[in-house]
Design a protein around this ligand. Structure first.
Ligand SMILES: [Zn+2]
Length: 233
């Protein structure tokens, strides 16, 4: 693989502006935000050492939230790369389930056979750069719909651990970790914004992936959990 370092980042200028506007005019405006996750080749190309695996309490909110539960969604992995197609759905569902049990809501998500909330694999921009996207729609302060798209051209992989730091020599982007990060956007979380050396790079909502094979952001940590508890107290 040409790009061993990977970086995930959401472009959220439009999101911030829209979220600020919605926050200032609650229950009036509708909005939509698209979080685009980028892979970049310039971070930690040969080592998988993340620096520190200790998370912080940092979190940020997009603004709107879900008001009725469970949030139902469907997964269509029929266009996933053939080598992960049979296992992709279970990994994606596990990414959503990582956010269960953090609030008092007994069942936040439910995967169903048909829903307007969709997870899919589709062509975005070829290998590298954009990995995945989440589109959120809302009315007033209520999220009404989401679409999550994985770029089918990426080298997706299924790993079996959740270890930090990441073992060296692993290739492929962990479907479950990216699904967990994207599901964090779906619940209403923005990226964490604290400094890289402070340890929040272990947070699920940290905006960068440091290397292929990384899995340690599968599990929401302190800041991720605090953010969700703030939204759904
Ligand atoms: Zn993101």
């Amino acid at each position: 693989m040409e790009d061993r370092g990977i970086r995930i980042k959401c472009l959220f200028v439009a999101t911030v502006l829209a979220a600020m506007f919605v926050a200032s005019v609650p229950a009036v405006r509708s909005g939509e935000t698209v979080h685009t996750e980028y892979a970049r080749p310039d971070v930690n190309p040969t080592s998988h050492t993340p620096g520190t695996c200790t998370p912080t309490d940092n979190y940020n909110l997009i603004g709107p939230e879900w008001k009725s539960f469970p949030v139902k969604y469907q997964v269509d992995a029929s266009r996933a790369p053939s080598d992960v197609r049979s296992g992709a759905t279970a990994e994606i569902v596990a990414g959503f389930e990582a956010w269960e049990g953090i609030t008092g809501i007994p069942n936040f998500f439910e995967r169903v056979s048909s829903s307007s909330n969709r997870v899919r694999f589709s062509a975005i921009d070829g290998p590298g750069r954009v990995l995945a996207q989440v589109s959120l729609s809302w009315t007033g302060n209520t999220i009404t719909k989401f679409t999550m798209t994985f770029d089918r051209a990426e080298n997706w992989e299924i790993f079996t651990d959740d270890s930090c730091p990441t073992p060296d020599g692993r290739v492929g982007y962990d479907i479950r970790e990216v699904a967990a990060h994207e599901a964090g956007h779906v619940v209403g979380l923005h990226h964490s914004t604290q400094c890289e050396s402070c340890g929040n790079r272990a947070l699920t909502m940290y905006p960068y992936i440091f290397a292929q094979g990384e899995t340690y952001k599968r599990s929401p940590e302190s800041g991720d959990r605090l953010g969700m508890q703030t939204l759904y107290a």
